[in-house]
Design a protein. Structure first.
Length: 118
């Protein structure tokens, strides 16, 4: 399990085309990629399971906890990204609720685009 940041502070200012915004790059793929949005209500759980393919979980709002194979939980919140390799066991849960984008693909390399969370 690896932790990354995609918050505003990890982005870069874009001014091309008269633009004025911050872009936090996340991932680039050439192979088939599945992208979904997960809505976990209060006390929601994504049960303990193995990753079928490499997956990247981007926390958009709310907060929760993730764990890998050891039963040690790590807090996650808006702007955090968690990466699991194929076959890695993991679980996500929240007490207050959270919304997350999940990206699943055989070719995910988040370290090429996002800084590691410290």
């Amino acid at each position: 399990m690896e932790f990354y940041k995609f918050d505003k502070d990890s982005g870069k200012a874009i001014s091309k085309f008269n633009s004025n915004f911050i872009m936090s790059r996340i991932i680039q793929t050439e192979k088939v990629t599945h992208i979904g949005c997960m809505h976990l209500e209060e006390k929601g759980v994504i049960g303990y399971h193995q990753a079928v393919t490499p997956q990247l979980l981007l926390i958009m709002n709310g907060e929760g906890y993730v764990r890998g194979e050891p039963e040690e939980y790590f807090i996650i919140q808006s702007g955090d990204a968690v990466f699991w390799k194929k076959d890695e066991w993991h679980e996500t849960k929240t007490y207050k609720g959270l919304t997350a984008i999940v990206i699943e693909s055989e070719e995910l390399n988040p370290s090429s685009f996002m800084p590691m969370k410290k």
